[in-house]
Design a protein around this ligand. Structure first.
Ligand code: PLP
Length: 404
């Protein structure tokens, strides 16, 4: 990987002091920071290139359309999809999964079954529960083993001839568990079910190839991959997307509108009603360039080094419990110190300049399963360093002695 001190200069926020201490940003699972090239692109477009896409003959509109479609092609290549028709821009992972549940969900029949897992984010639970209010479907939940990995034996045994869909996170935002998506997809496909993958925590941390994974749908958010907020992606296999009804109605998504009948636009526009965040989408292109200039494999190796380094030292702190010890794990560490409340730990760390997440992490069913109300979570990104982990460990020891 490139020199980390050089890379850190791409992120001006890392020069900030918080409560008089240098910022240590370990809340990357919630949002990664944004490199200068992405912010510069947003500024450039707002100052010199802002115009709505797809509607205009004028030069600015054509440029805006070209920028958006160039990003679509870049995303396609980045995740190994066959066609740009399979790349739909949304507002984020949440909207992408809601699109699938709401639209593909209409193709399900009463009595059909879907499978999710214990470690899902609320955005991969609640959309399916909303669907349950319209269709009499059953939701089955894959249990976890003691390390926080999915119990694949149970998963295998959950399929019946009514199982239509599996929706699963590639990486848990709480435990860091990396789920064996390809293996799970093979099993699902053998039973005639399709697979929707929540890739929010995977896309910036490992090589993602939707075809190698066997994903029929794959959802992710720009703001977790060094891109702007407000933009997400849904990859869907063309054959499925073609069979699905529109998600929202409005401009951009129509073929022809009359009061008698209306036809839909071709893919991917059928699923992109209204004006998209065309500035954010164009700037996402710069985030993809940035990721590729470093190499996601290099980023993964760096983050795994930090994960091992931090885990080893945290394990030596008396009373500190780590949640999630799956053999395949991404750089996300959930923990509690003794009986200290997660919130108090978070506040004390903040006073020392360290940003972590505390609470239920939008995964309350998982908290119930773990028997806790919440945890503290540190999650790493490409710009984090061993020195930051060292400072974090010193801070944790201080917090442990203050709160015990
Ligand atoms: C962040 C996250 C989401 C939701 O992403 P949004 O950008 O808030 O839509 C869904 N699933 C997982 C695993 C996440 O980490």
């Amino acid at each position: 990987m490139k020199d980390i001190d050089v890379l850190r200069k791409d992120f001006p926020i890392l020069e900030r002091k918080i409560n008089g201490k240098p910022l240590i940003y370990f809340d990357n699972g919630a949002s990664t920071q944004t490199p200068r090239c992405v912010v510069d692109e947003i500024e450039r477009i707002y100052y010199t290139g802002k115009a709505n896409v797809h509607r205009g003959v004028h030069t600015l509109s054509q440029e805006a359309t070209a920028a958006m479609e160039a990003t679509r092609e870049k995303v396609r290549a980045y995740i190994g999809a066959d066609s740009t028709e399979e790349i739909i821009f949304t507002r984020g992972t949440t909207e992408s999964i809601n699109l699938v549940a709401s639209s593909y969900g209409q193709l399900l029949a009463d009595g059909d079954e879907i499978i999710i897992t214990t470690l899902e984010h609320h955005s991969n639970i609640v959309p399916w529960q909303l669907l349950q209010q319209k269709k009499n479907i059953t939701i089955k939940v894959v249990p976890l083993d003691a390390n926080g990995a999915l119990d694949l034996e149970s998963y295998r045994n959950m399929f019946t001839d009514r199982t239509r869909l599996v929706s699963v996170a590639q990486v848990s935002n709480v435990l860091g568990t990396v789920n064996p998506i390809a293996e799970m997809a093979t099993i699902a496909h053998r039973h005639g079910a399709i697979v929707c993958v929540d890739g929010a925590q995977a896309i910036a941390h490992m090589k993602v190839d939707v075809k190698a994974l066997g994903a029929d749908f794959y959802a992710f958010s720009s703001h977790k991959m060094y891109g702007p907020t407000g933009v997400g992606v849904l990859y869907g296999r063309k054959e499925l997307l073609n069979a699905m009804p529109p998600y929202q109605g409005g401009g951009e998504m129509i073929g022809h509108v009359s009061f008698g009948s209306t036809t839909w636009a071709d893919l991917p526009y059928k699923f992109e009603a209204g004006t998209p965040d065309y500035v954010g989408i164009a700037a996402l292109s710069k985030a993809l360039d940035y990721l590729q200039s470093i190499g996601v494999e290099n980023i993964a190796a760096h983050e795994h080094r930090l994960l091992r380094y931090a885990t080893t030292q945290m394990s030596e702190i008396p009373g500190l419990r780590i949640f999630g010890t799956a053999p395949e794990k991404s750089a996300v560490i959930s923990f509690l110190i003794g009986n200290a409340h997660h919130y108090d730990t978070g506040v004390l760390l903040d006073q020392l300049g360290i940003a972590v997440r505390t609470g239920h992490h939008c995964a309350q069913p998982l908290m119930d399963y773990l028997g806790v109300e919440g945890t503290v979570r540190a999650s790493f990104a490409l710009y984090n360093t061993e020195e930051e982990v060292d400072a974090f460990i010193v801070a944790l020891r201080r917090v442990a002695s203050m709160l015990s």
